[in-house]
Design a protein around this ligand. Structure first.
Ligand code: FES
Length: 78
């Protein structure tokens, strides 16, 4: 299994509106924390997730979280 790129060692804290989002799993996207298609040619693919009501989230950007797409503090151990 390939290792993802560590995009940032801190989560992206965002207020999201209801909708479907695609979290970047590979770490290569230039529009972190979301997929921009840069995973093409790798074994990674984005993770789709849905927000049902307006909500503040902390999305993982180190790509090592065990609770994707949310930050679980793993960036502190890298
Ligand atoms: Fe990283 Fe698509 S750019 S999963």
């Amino acid at each position: 299994m390939a290792e993802p790129v560590i995009a940032h060692r801190a989560p992206a804290v965002l207020q999201l509106e209801p909708g479907t989002y695609h979290w970047c799993r590979c770490g290569r996207s230039k529009t972190q924390p979301f997929c921009d298609g840069s995973h093409q040619g790798t074994e990674f693919s984005p993770m789709a997730f849905t927000i049902d009501q307006p909500r503040k989230v902390a999305l993982c950007q180190c790509k090592h979280t065990a609770h994707a797409p949310m930050c679980d503090g793993s960036h502190a151990k890298l």
